[in-house]
Ligand binder design. Structure first.
Ligand SMILES: NC(=O)C1=CN([C@@H]2O[C@H](COP(=O)(O)OP(=O)(O)OC[C@H]3O[C@@H](n4cnc5c(N)ncnc54)[C@H](OP(=O)(O)O)[C@@H]3O)[C@@H](O)[C@H]2O)[C@@H](O)CC1
Ligand SMILES: [K+]
Length: 481
């Protein structure tokens, strides 16, 4: 049973606003208790992070505002100087209204001058229920604030997509209720959240288990990479084959070395015969085949292929359709994706594609809506796992599952790092992992190796630096017990 199935994945679930609202409905009878705990946890977390100071709680009309009134009450009971500014009062009789009525402290006007005078402003104006652009009065209010702590999400952030609806002033900290939202991790939202901490609201397990979560923060609880066993042999560990091109040898070699160093049992390069010597000289360890691809495909053990790094258009055309016709598992990147632009259906049958945003747009057209939705649609359209690369890489499965990866480092923004990733995906596929799990694990291990290498080289790395970190990175990715 994979970690995903055994339920550990719930810990890294990312809740969309719809999830939150569905949950609110399901726990309607205990919602007053949950809101009380939410506000108390917000106050507690603030107390853990700051010395007592002048606090202004900015409250909106919905439940986010309700949380704010509760937090104000707790901080005030603990002796902090607190006032509340209401952007709009809650509807009479609502739960937020009940919480507002229990606030007996100072009320001040919702104006920028008040925000400016506070040491700390708590943003409880809008949360999961934000459904239109941020009103100007709210923009101006927070622009005047010094340090802001957002309850759930900063007002103006679309928790589902990370889109920002207006001029949102960056926060110092965001306190995610129950679980993070996709918007906490996805750009540009991610850049305005500050440090994101989760408040555990002790939601009954039965309610959590009922949640139909489709988005997670990528991490070892989502997949399990096979561990070393006494009876391992190279074919059990997995065979990876890589198509090399006549001209750009480096890219295929990066994928080759990555697959080897992360633990594939056997890695082979299939290259044009007049380029073979260059590959052999570049890597004496390389097993370089020059036989025609049709010949290589007769070997059923060569089931997983990387096609694209270092390939020209013509080379991609001569290899990818053959691999697919032979029913091979293919990781398509770079040259294969350029070749498929304008005929995206040529990628049908590929196991995993690894486009960056430019390649993605050439394949699927300019982005309409969020990257998360676009990646998900693309995966469903092609029936392929899509790794949409970026600072917040998305790993989307055809069935709608998405892992959001922020376990990475800007040090990886270097040519060749993508080729390394393709090699890792192939190695995990060859080890027998299902495609979405293999892709998500590869992205995480890539990020882990990047972080380890960056630490050693003050952030300035070349792809080769990743190779000797891959063993430890794979080890660190073992599913927690
Ligand atoms: N299960 C959980 O995780 C828990 C969730 N909890 C909390 O509930 C929060 C979600 O609460 P929520 O659904 O009441 O929505 P919220 O964000 O308060 O705002 C809705 C109000 O704002 C209004 N409005 C919206 N956008 C606007 C705009 N741009 N400009 C002007 N107005 C705008 C909107 O107006 P309407 O659309 O009705 O006209 C409506 O009146 C969640 O973030 C968390 O803090 C905890 O209490 C307990 C556990
Ligand atoms: K908020």
């Amino acid at each position: 049973m994979s970690c995903f199935q055994c339920g550990k994945a719930l810990a890294s679930a990312l809740l969309s606003p719809e999830d939150t609202q569905r949950m609110d409905r399901e726990m309607a009878s205990i919602l007053p208790m949950v809101m009380e705990r939410a506000g108390m946890m917000v106050a507690r977390l603030i107390r853990q992070h700051r010395r007592p100071c002048r606090v202004l709680v900015a409250c909106g009309p919905g439940n986010n505002g309700g949380d704010g009134y509760v937090a104000a009450r707790y901080l005030s009971e603990w002796g902090w100087p607190v006032s509340v500014a209401s952007f709009q009062l809650p509807r009479e009789g609502s739960l937020a209204d009940q919480m507002a009525r229990r606030w007996k402290g100072a009320m001040v006007p919702f104006v920028p001058e008040e925000a400016q005078q506070a040491d700390l402003v708590i943003d409880a104006v809008f949360g999961a229920g934000m459904n239109r652009d941020l009103p100007e009065a709210v923009e101006r209010f927070f622009a005047a604030a010094g340090q802001i702590v957002a309850i759930d999400v900063p007002s103006g952030l679309d928790g589902a997509t990370g889109a920002v609806r207006g001029q949102v002033t960056p926060c110092w900290m965001s306190i995610a209720l129950i679980r993070k939202r996709p918007g906490h991790l996805l750009s540009p939202g991610r850049e305005i959240c500050g440090e994101v901490v989760c408040a555990d609201l002790a939601i009954p397990e039965a309610i959590m288990a009922e949640m139909d979560v489709r988005v997670w923060e990528n991490g070892p609880s989502l997949w399990s990479i096979p561990v070393q066993a006494a009876d391992d042999h190279k074919y059990k560990r997995g065979v990876v084959s890589i198509c090399g091109g006549a001209e750009m040898h480096g890219a295929a070699l990066f994928a080759f070395e990555a697959a080897r160093h992360v633990g594939a049992g056997l890695v082979r390069l299939t290259v044009p015969s007049d380029a073979a010597l260059l590959y052999r000289l570049a890597s004496p360890a390389a097993i370089v085949d020059t036989q025609p691809l049709e010949q290589a495909l007769k070997d059923e053990r060569r089931h997983v292929w990387v096609c694209g790094p270092g390939l020209g258009m013509e080379e991609a055309e001569q290899t990818l359709p053959l691999l697919l016709k032979a029913g091979r598992q293919v990781v398509a990147d770079a040259g294969a994706l350029s070749w498929a632009a304008g005929k995206t259906e040529a990628l049908k049958g590929v196991s995993v594609i690894t486009p960056h945003m430019g390649e993605f747009s050439r394949l699927f057209g300019d982005l309409t809506g969020s990257r998360l939705d676009a990646a998900r649609r693309a995966a469903a359209e092609l029936d392929t796992v899509v790794i949409l690369k970026g600072a917040d890489t998305l790993i989307a499965a055809p069935d709608g599952r998405v892992a959001v990866n922020v376990h990475a480092t800007p040090a990886l923004a270097v040519a060749g790092a993508g080729d390394v990733l393709s090699g890792l995906v192939a190695a995990f596929l060859a080890a027998g992992m299902p495609a979405w799990e293999a892709a998500a694990a590869a992205v995480w291990v890539h990020g882990e190796a990047g972080q380890r290498a960056a630490e050693k080289k003050a952030g300035w790395i070349v792809p080769e630096d990743l190779f000797y970190e891959l063993g430890r990175a794979r080890q660190a990715a073992s599913c927690p017990a």
